[in-house]
Ligand binder design. Structure first.
Ligand code: SF4
Ligand code: SF4
Length: 260
């Protein structure tokens, strides 16, 4: 009996900083084990050697910010049996989605000496706004353990076990004193997806939501708490406009504050 065919993996980059792809490279020892089941067929950050598709699993980093991106993601979808988006840019539009709240030409005029050469869309949007996505993994960057779990689960055809609770739960687990309760520091932990192990509060800083919204975030209640802490509505709106500003839950919360 011959050996089972290894499934093929492709990794794609759109508008992003490459941090999530680096999380995959950071797996190091685990990558060797993974390579027994998975053939890395297209991953330009790791190797210029590529295999032609179609691919069993595609990991997609980055958001759609150009007309070319919008065309290319449709081709990636066509070539991929399973398409998994990784990171805040791919799942929510990323920090570059701040343009969605303004006129992109105001930004290009400030940043570039010759903005006429810049060809960009007026928005930065997540991959799921353009093509069907099979799984979304939050984080900025993603957590490598969660990434390995998601890949392993898709290899054997089961549901990934990625916990959807808030950062607060991880604070309690590690015994971190709550910075909001103890010091009045605004913290997005109650509405943010777990994955980082509650890193910032462990260093006496409020969470700024880089893992994006948790499954069912109560942003209304957190907004009330921020007001009790003396935050202005303008300041609260800005707190929700970080790496996952365009995720609908955070977007709604920030827009509600702008309206009041
Ligand atoms: S510090 Fe932030 S994340 Fe931790 S328990 Fe308090 S509110 Fe939640
Ligand atoms: S900002 Fe929040 S989600 Fe991001 S690393 Fe800090 S505690 Fe974790």
């Amino acid at each position: 009996m011959g050996e089972a065919r290894r499934q093929t993996l492709a990794v794609w980059k759109f508008s992003s900083c490459d941090g999530c792809q680096l999380s995959l490279l950071d797996c190091e020892d685990e990558l060797l084990t993974l390579a027994e089941r998975l053939e890395v067929a297209y991953f330009l950050e790791a190797s210029s050697a590529t295999l032609e598709g179609p691919y069993d699993i595609s990991l997609v980093e980055g958001s759609i910010t150009t007309a070319h991106d919008a065309e290319r993601i449709r081709e990636v979808r066509r070539l991929s049996r399973v398409l998994i988006t990784i990171g805040a840019c791919a799942t929510a539009g990323g920090i570059q989605a701040l343009r969605n709240f303004a006129d992109v030409e105001d930004f290009t005029a400030i940043v570039y000496a010759s903005p006429d050469y810049i060809s960009t869309l007026g928005t930065s949007t997540p991959i799921s706004s353009h093509v069907p996505v099979d799984y979304e993994l939050n984080g900025c960057p993603i957590n490598k353990r969660q990434l390995l779990e998601v890949i392993a689960a898709h290899l054997i055809g089961r549901r990934p076990r990625v916990r959807a609770h808030s950062v607060c739960v991880d604070c309690k687990r590690r015994g971190t004193v709550c910075v909001m309760v103890a010091h009045g520091t605004p913290c997005l932990g109650p509405v943010t997806h777990a994955g980082c192990g509650a890193l910032c509060p462990a260093y006496d800083r409020g969470c700024y939501g880089c893992y994006g919204p948790m499954e069912s975030p109560n942003t209304t209640s957190l907004t009330s708490q921020f007001r009790i802490l003396g935050q202005s509505d303008q300041a609260i709106s800005r707190v929700f406009r970080g790496f996952s500003a365009w995720a609908w839950q955070f977007r709604k919360a920030s827009e509600e504050c702008e309206r009041t």
